[in-house]
Ligand binder design. Structure first.
Ligand SMILES: C[S@@+](CC[C@H](N)C(=O)[O-])C[C@H]1O[C@@H](n2cnc3c(N)ncnc32)[C@H](O)[C@@H]1O
Length: 183
């Protein structure tokens, strides 16, 4: 495992340690090679892990073999999996609009989420907000902060407490982590 990716996942483990109500289910969207789920499984007793992606990435089978908890792999994409209540939703670097879809899945299922977005671009969802963030606040922000500010506001208006953490940008420049907990 590359050192930067390892640090990234360790940071995630800290977040999960704080959010998880044990025993609980976890759904990892855009799981890639499944390293994060394998790491969390090593550190927690979990009821179930659902891993969601659109393809089976090379190292996924190897990491799945390490998982001791009950798990299920869903390879039909984010739209095909609806988490049950009491599932912690996690995702590292779901590209562009996938972050928006995962936030909506968390909102609809009333589940806590911790998502580290990536690939900010103009195709992303334009949220229909009742109270848009202050233009002053948005004026000088990067595209990354602009979109994530909207995402945070959107989830707040849907009844979530939301905070943004940042991991060291040397680990990854796409370093925002959006954490939401239903009110
Ligand atoms: C940037 S990678 C991140 C992978 C992994 N989370 C990590 O941090 O290494 C994005 C992942 O999203 C997956 N993906 C792309 N489109 C998807 C979709 N519609 N539904 C679910 N996963 C998708 C890709 O196959 C890939 O594994």
């Amino acid at each position: 495992m590359k050192e930067c990716n390892k640090k990234n996942l360790e940071f995630y483990l800290c977040i999960v340690n704080n959010l998880l109500k044990i025993p609980q289910k976890i759904a990892e969207f855009c799981c890639g090679n499944g390293e994060l789920s394998a790491l969390i499984d090593r550190n927690h007793e979990l009821e179930k892990i659902d891993l969601v992606d659109i393809i089976e990435v090379n190292k996924l089978p190897k990491n799945l073999k390490l998982i001791k908890s009950d798990f299920e792999l869903h390879l039909d994409g984010v739209d095909s999996f609806k988490p049950e209540v009491n599932t912690l939703i996690i995702s590292v670097h779901p590209c562009g609009e996938l972050t928006d879809k995962i936030i909506n899945i968390a909102i609809e299922s009333r589940n806590s989420f911790a998502i580290m977005p990536c690939c900010y671009n103009s195709r992303m969802k334009k949220y229909d907000l009742l109270n848009p963030p202050s233009p002053k606040k948005l004026h000088y922000l990067s595209e990354k902060e602009y979109y994530d500010t909207f995402r945070i506001q959107y989830a707040k208006e849907k009844g979530f407490n939301v905070i943004k953490c940042q991991i060291n940008p040397k680990i990854t420049p796409m370093n925002n982590v959006l954490i939401g907990i239903p009110n």
